[in-house]
Design a protein around this ligand. Sequence first.
Ligand code: G1P
Length: 296
Amino acid sequence: MSIDIAVVPVAGHGTRLLPATKSQPKEMLPVGRKPVVQYVAEELSAAQIRRVLFVTGARKSAIENHFDEDQSLVEYLRESGREEELAELEFDRNKVDYFYTRQSRQLGLGHAVLCARPLVGNQPFAVALGDSIIGLHAQSTIMSRMLEEYDRTGADVIVAVEEVPPQDVKKYGIIEPAGPIGNRIDIRRLVEKPAVNEAPSNLAIVGRYVFSPRIFDELALTKPGRGGEIQLTDAMQRVLEQGGKGVAMRLLPGEKRFDIGNFGSYFRAFFDFAISDPKYGESLRAHARKVLDREG
Ligand code: G1P
């Protein structure tokens, strides 16, 4: 696999999750046993990504602490024979190196990715948004499939997409397909958060990307768009307008997307992960049934 570096933007304020996110990043909220961003890191590691660059912001230091080795905690667990808990910390010693840079001003997702340029340089790279999990317990191969697509075709823009209900197209970047809609779709055009009557399809971008370095040149030229922010989708559209090639890869039926952007979707994600927990899932299901029967 030729691409081994991924950028994970985690600078957003998480205002839709206040007060839970007042002093901790939304990416650190637990979903079942792990914080959201750990699932993202595990998904990337499973796709052979070996360097992860977080684009962070104010109040995000908990993310750095989470991926750092905590020697005193390790020693304490080792000395007290707590092998099971010790095993839970192995993720921070996996084969991935973590790097951090700051986006000091909230100028949008496109700007956050551009902040990675001095470190990524002139090489292709992946992007995974730090507030969404793909697949129950991150059991997804979407990133590997996207990286294979890059190896095979060298496309400049590769995005993961899924169909969303028409009323939801206004929440996402939407692609216009250039050909038949299979698991791999050529892209004609991309538009950020279109109105329902202007959307070229209901295929929504779900926060996983692979880019050739051409994206940086276009990001540097992209003016603020939807919401007054520098939009990654607008820069991708610019790449296509300059003759670049764009491909969308569809999530497979089992690859459910868990978005931690608001309390509704966060609660659903937590519930799904908790009821499928190997140790506590069964009893939680029974508990949920009892509570619901009592109500009904
Ligand atoms: C961002 C992107 C959008 C994408 C979405 C996926 O929007 O701008 O194109 O579809 O993530 O979650 P946001 O949710 O940050 O507003």
